[in-house]
Design a protein. Structure first.
Length: 492
């Protein structure tokens, strides 16, 4: 493995925006407070960012209301909204290098991942939803009597959007796309760990020509800015991505105003490898499905079920792959694994590794901090994991793979479903009917067959059970951003 910090092969981006965007104006927070955003690879402060709280959320919610009800956005033709979104997508593409570097700097992800995954998915998402803007419409309905009955799909209103730090730009795009296509306005609170790319995206949206107040961005902390957004009576909906425990708080906080809620939450996704699979492909897919993005994926394949007869072969190959991952400076093109996002995540992951060892799982790769600077954790593989262990039950959100052995189809289905989560699952087999039977039996919002983490703006994504409410991406997400109105007219 490489050492923690090597000379960079990419230039560091300039930090252009650190203020709040409210009603089209960049401004300091009402309190004047700021907070530091830290480079997780070096533990050094990148920039001080304006810290929004309830007073700023109030200003942003009012600006978003004004933009929703009057002015150019409220009266703009749907097709022109789509054109603005296309322009935003094109401008993001024009700034590809800078945005990828900024994402890597603030989040710690390898720049090669930001360039290969985050940026293309962000741009694609906005193009996809730009195409929807003028295709959102109702039905005519043949009701009884001499009536003309039809439905309209109207924009929901002011949308509060609270996003996490693991894919900062992509989470923003997934939420901006359907909201803007539907004609809503937005108050976004990025995660406190990674505010920089969302601010830069908002600056680019202003350049594209979005009217003031359509997109507002208020960085700040969850219990202050986030909670104020959830409780604000002038906000119609909260779209949240993050931990299920935070969603429980949000649901309680939103009860007073009965806000519409959509949640995309965590998981403990089963990745099932049958003995008849292409084992090398399954090993590569399992590595990607768990270690991608430093294991910081809500859909990480964190319960890896391997059929007993191929277990040892699979483990040997997986350990070799885990040990060959390249940790180090995210700006080095060779790096495949960067640091975890912050000290809290780093501590939590090392805590789970200790728990795994204590509870009797065998740590066959990694198991420690990597280097002595930055929040790097070695790619870790546990075998002999049983269903009751903490590492098999709880979301670790780090580079910790848990391998569980199984004997047959029914057993693995029961064990795969034995969780409160249901975000994603995968199966590796050459038997088509077995693949379909798994796809039908596993209670999860997404099932991948002989692949993992295949995302597309057109494919709905979201959770069964405690992994979420509603779907992001695809046509399905538009339902989260519209209200259905029924109009009935007498023809007598
Ligand atoms: P993580 O622990 O991975 O950071 P969280 O669910 O805590 O996940 O954070 C996801 C997002 O939710 C962040 O933007 C965070 O600031 C926000 N958040 C945290 N707590 C609250 C809360 N009580 N109300 C609203 N938003 C919150």
């Amino acid at each position: 493995m490489a050492t923690a910090l090597e000379p960079t092969t990419y230039t560091l981006p300039k930090i252009r925006q650190t203020q709040l965007l409210i009603g089209g104006k960049w401004q300091d927070s009402v309190s004047g407070k700021t907070f530091a955003t830290v480079n997780p690879a070096t533990e050094e402060v990148i920039a001080e960012v304006a810290e929004g709280d309830a007073a700023d959320i109030d200003l942003a919610a009012k600006a978003a209301r004004k933009a929703f009800e009057s002015g150019p956005w409220a009266t703009m033709d749907a097709r022109d909204r789509g054109k603005l979104m296309t322009k935003l997508a094109n401008l993001l593409e024009d700034n590809f290098d800078e945005l990828a570097a900024l994402e890597s700097l603030d989040n710690g992800k390898p720049i090669s991942d930001a360039r290969a995954a985050d940026l293309p998915l962000v741009i694609d998402c906005l193009h996809y939803y730009a195409g929807w803007a003028d295709k959102i419409h109702g039905d005519t309905i043949p009701i009884r009597g001499n009536h003309f009955c039809y439905t309209r799909r109207e924009p929901l209103g002011v949308c509060g959007q609270i996003i996490p730090w693991n894919f900062p730009m992509l989470m923003a795009a997934w939420k901006w796309g359907p909201a803007l296509a539907a004609g809503c306005t937005i108050v976004m609170k990025p995660a406190e760990q990674t505010p920089l790319t969302c601010l830069r995206m908002a600056e680019i949206a202003m350049e594209a020509g979005f009217p003031p107040g359509v997109i507002n961005v208020v960085p700040g902390y969850g219990p202050t800015a986030g909670a104020a957004l959830v409780k604000h009576p002038g906000v119609d909906k909260i779209a949240f991505t993050g931990e299920h425990r935070t969603a429980q708080i949000i649901m309680a906080d939103a009860a007073q105003t009965l806000k519409r809620l959509t949640f995309e939450l965590g998981g403990k996704s089963p990745n099932i490898v049958f003995a008849d699979a292409d084992i090398d492909a399954a090993v590569a897919g399992a590595e990607f499905g768990l270690f991608f993005n430093q294991g910081q994926c809500c859909c990480a394949g964190s319960r890896l079920f391997v059929e007993e007869s191929v277990h040892d072969e699979f483990v040997d190959k997986m350990v070799e792959r885990a040990n060959s991952r390249v940790l180090g400076n995210p700006f080095d093109a060779k790096t495949t694994q960067g640091p975890q996002v912050d000290q809290a995540q780093f501590d939590k992951i090392l805590g789970y590794i200790e728990k795994g060892k204590e509870q009797g799982a065998a740590c066959v790769a990694g198991g420690n901090r990597f280097g002595d600077k930055g929040y790097f954790v070695e790619p870790t593989v546990f075998t002999g994991v049983t269903d009751d262990m903490a590492i098999a039950q709880e979301e670790i959100f780090g580079p910790v793979m848990n391998i569980l052995s199984f004997k047959g189809f029914d057993e693995v289905v029961t064990r795969a479903n034995n969780t409160c989560f249901g975000l994603a699952a995968a199966v590796w087999t050459r038997d088509v009917s077995k693949a379909h039977r798994i796809a039908n039996s596993v209670r999860a919002g997404t099932v991948w067959v002989n692949c993992y983490d295949v995302f597309d703006a057109a494919a709905p994504f979201g959770g069964f059970k405690m992994s979420g409410i509603g779907r992001e991406c695809g046509e399905a997400a538009l339902a989260n951003y519209t209200e259905l109105k029924t109009v009935t007219m007498s023809l007598a």
